[in-house]
Design a binder for this molecule. Structure first.
Ligand code: MG
Length: 398
């Protein structure tokens, strides 16, 4: 099928999600996945390759006919890897991954050795850039099948409790819509841990004050209207787009390819700041965090001693510890991340028990130092593929 619109592209990727779930289930049962699922992935790859291009960028149309330029690197790479994985054995697949990265084999061997003596009480990890390769576009960042198999194996064999904690929402196009692992393998935490789904599918929500919720609803309406107009519509299409999370709203101001000119992205940031301060002139309700790519508008919470602060992933970890009975104070705990916001998870875990290990996917020396200062058992790797292969190795020796 010839893909010409963004909606068709999204639907195609959703279909690969359904097939990949079946593939993961079968492999975990040590059965051969039905050929029709491999066919689905092969067809999806052909459809992506056939999309019209201009200067190496794929061109799709939005629902109202506007041209959107996209890089489909993540979607194609992960399809290629999955297809290879299904057609070869695991050892050959590792060799294939080795071809993508500089220090893949050395890093996998080293970290496998470092962690092989441990059985974790808790495994808490960020998703994007940590255990999942980074995709500039949330809506099509479907987890690949090999990735789902490796992570599930580790969760089943090496950790009592496993949690994926992300800043994206849980449902309503969120984490659960791009996840291909069995429900019971993981606890899933969205909106930085403000909303949780346990291994039995039960939901937990961090309480939000009704007045704050009302203001957030008001803001969401304003932002929803703003990006409907032609002037700012592009910001709902690129990168993270507009996401209404639990206790937080994210709006993209740039994507990883820097598609938006400097002046426009700065102007848009100013517009958003004005809209927020119209609703919250005294800055009591919201904090705006600018990641450079996204503006995150976060409801404040009362902190122990510092007055109002924004809800971070450390607060999410503590909420999960209470609600899901993780027993972080027991250890050993394994915390994985790739950005500074993930260091909050590590700090929260360390406060409960210093028998905690950290693996961060980064080459940023500043971040490495921050992580090592918080936790002496810290390890660093260059890519999510190293980390998931290590976890797979650990699971297979148990
Ligand atoms: Mg991340």
């Amino acid at each position: 099928m010839k893909i010409t619109t963004f909606s068709q592209f999204q639907e195609l990727m959703q279909n690969t999600c359904i097939s990949r779930r079946e593939i993961v289930e079968a492999i975990l049962r040590e059965e051969r996945p039905d050929e029709k699922y491999l066919m689905c992935l092969l067809n999806a790859r052909t459809s992506l390759e056939d999309i019209d291009k201009e200067d190496d960028k794929s061109i799709l149309r939005s629902d109202d006919g506007k041209k959107i330029y996209l890089e489909l690197e993540y979607e194609l790479n992960e399809l290629n890897k999955d297809i290879y994985y299904l057609q070869q054995n695991e050892k050959t697949f590792y060799r294939y991954l080795n071809g993508f990265y500089e220090f893949f084999e050395e890093e996998v061997q080293r970290l496998t050795k470092e962690l092989s003596h441990l059985n974790f009480n808790n495994f808490i990890t960020d998703r994007d850039g940590t255990v999942n390769n980074y995709c500039g576009r949330y809506s099509t960042s479907i987890q690949s099948a090999y990735n789902g198999v490796f992570l599930s194996r580790f969760a089943y064999n090496c950790a009592k409790h496993s949690v994926i904690l992300t800043s994206a929402p849980l449902e309503g196009f969120g984490l659960m819509d791009i996840n291909v692992m069995p429900q019971e393998a993981f606890n899933y935490a969205g909106s930085k841990g403000r909303e949780l789904m346990n291994t039995e599918g039960k939901l937990f929500r961090y309480p939000i004050n009704p007045d704050q919720q009302q203001k957030l609803d008001e803001l969401n309406n304003v932002l929803g209207e703003l990006v409907k107009g032609p002037r700012y519509e592009i910001f709902s299409r690129i990168g993270s787009g507009l996401q209404f999370k639990f206790g937080q709203t994210t709006i993209a101001r740039q994507d990883i390819h820097n598609s938006i000119p400097e002046q426009e992205t700065n102007e848009f940031k100013q517009v958003i700041e004005e809209k927020v301060s119209e609703i919250d002139p005294d800055q009591q309700i919201f904090r705006i965090e600018d990641t450079g790519k996204d503006l995150e508008i976060i409801l404040t919470v009362q902190s122990d001693n510092k007055g109002l602060k924004d809800f971070d992933k450390g607060d999410g970890v503590l909420f999960m510890n209470d609600e899901l009975g993780l027993g972080l104070n027991k250890g050993p705990n394994l915390i994985c991340g790739d950005t500074e916001s993930d260091v909050r998870m590590l700090e929260a875990a360390m406060k409960k028990n210093s028998n905690t290990y950290a693996v961060f996917v980064t080459t940023d020396e500043e971040l490495k130092k921050q992580v090592s200062d918080v936790c002496s058992n810290s390890f660093f790797v260059e890519t999510p593929d190293v980390l998931v292969c290590v976890l797979n190795n650990l699971a297979k020796t148990k």
